[in-house]
Every structure is written in structure tokens, then in C-alpha cells.
Design a binder for this molecule. Sequence first.
Ligand code: SAM
Length: 279
Amino acid sequence: MSTPAQSGLYIVATPIGNLGDLSRRAEETLGLADIILVEDTRVTGKLLNHIGKKAKMMVYNDHKSAADRAFILDAIRCKIVALVSDAGTPLISDPGYKLVRDAQAAGLYVTTIPGPSAAIAALTLSGLPSDRFLFEGFLPSKTKARSEALVALKDLNASLIFYENGSRLGAMLADAHTVLGERKAAVVREITKRFEESVTGSLSELAQRYDAEKPKGEIVVIIGPPGAPEAASEQDIEAALREALDRLPASKAAGEVARTFNTDRKALYELANRWKAEK
Ligand code: SAM
């Protein structure tokens, strides 16, 4: 589909800084929409102005009452309704989840016009492992609650993605260092804008730097997975692979051990097959 023709809910991603990132399908959909659900009419108004379109806007957030949502569902039944957020992909630390859930439950047509999201853009710029990641969004602002949230993520073998703001950045990095220990991390700022930067370092280095400096603009923090255990020797890795092979087929065992020790999955898979052939 290149142009929306049928009534339904169209989830439309918009740029996170550079208006050139608005896709052609997003532009077409916004142009054809009968109603655009927005977070802020001024922000989306500027985007519509940029593409030379006018449309009826209605403010939407997930705290709207069920009655308000029912009214919107009625509109979705017979009109083209687009959902946007101020920037990036709706539903990602932005409103929309409850509306999509209810529209699908009501059997209405729901589709997405994918595009930019700061989380994914930052991951690609961080220089940190991108094969497994967890998006956490904003952490709580108080140290106690923030530390508790970080404890729950401590043992995940994945890069962690957080949204943050400049005034809390130093404290957040310090808590992350205390709870997660030393790890590689990146502070990715102002993606697609004039002052875009990706500052990488260890958590302690970054915590120190941003304790003194409160950076301006929009920020994503990426924290790398826990490193391979320092003492992991070839024997440790082989023992782990033998143990995993008791539970799992070779490909899965190799994958699990490769992730744990941050090592080459293919080589482990070949080793597992060699052992099997030698039996
Ligand atoms: N739904 C959006 C998305 O898909 O990217 C995110 C909305 S969330 C309310 C806004 C947060 O995203 C900001 O506080 C910041 O952490 C991050 N963000 C948005 N635009 C950014 C950019 N250009 N550079 C870095 N971070 C950005």
C-alpha cells in the first residue's frame, strides 16, 4: 500500500530532529488523514506546515477516559485517523498503546507507517553490541527507585537503552555504575540535529564527565552488556558448552555460551559438532 484508502488507525512515525526523515508514506498519510491524533497541536502543526498540509488535529494521550477512546474508535470505524507523537514513533515512551489495543479488540483496521525512533537510532550510533538489547525508556528520577529498576536489569546479557534528560544524566550514570559495575556505555545526543554526538566511555568515566557538565538537548543512554568474566579460560568456556549441550541442541547451546562469554558462536558450534562426531 502506498496511499491509505481505507478507514482505520494509521500509526505514523515522524522525524526526531531532521524533517528530511519524514517518509513519503508518512507524508501521504498525514495529507489524507481526516483526523490526526497528536500530543501537542503546536508541534504537529509545524510539521503539517512544513509539508503544506492542513488537517483536523485532536489531542490524544493514554490517560483519556474510556468514553473518549470510544469516541475516537467510532471515528476510526469510518475515517482515516492518523496517530503521531511529537517526534519519533508513537507508543515508544509515547501515547497510543491503549488506543491500538482497543482498536484491534474492536476489529478495526490498524496499520503502521514505520520511521525514526531515537532508541534504535542511538543504538546504531553507540558502537555497543546491537544484537540483543532491552529498551527501558525513562528510569525513575529518584535514586532509590532508579537503583531498584537497575537491579532488575543487572543480569541481562543485552545492551540497555534509556531515555534521559541533561539535568539527571550525571546522577543516572552514577547510579548505573554503582548497580551494574563498570561497563562500556554511550551518551548519544541530538540525533539527526546540528549538534549530534555520541560520547563513549566506561560508566565511571561518563558519570564523572556528566557530573560536572549538564548537556543540553535530547539524550539516549546506551549501556553495554556485562563483559565476559575476567577469569574465563578456554577450559571454562568448553565446560559451559558441554553443560549446555546436555540441555540444548548444538546450535542453541553454542548461542547461549557465546552470549555468556561474548565469544564466537560459529566456532563453538563447530566444536560441538566435532565432539559429536568423535563420540
Ligand atoms: N517516541 C519517541 C521515539 O520513538 O524516539 C520518543 C519519545 S520520548 C517522550 C522523548 C525522548 O526520546 C527524549 O527525552 C530523548 O530521551 C529521546 N529523543 C528524542 N529525540 C531525540 C534525539 N533527536 N536525540 C536523542 N534523543 C532523542
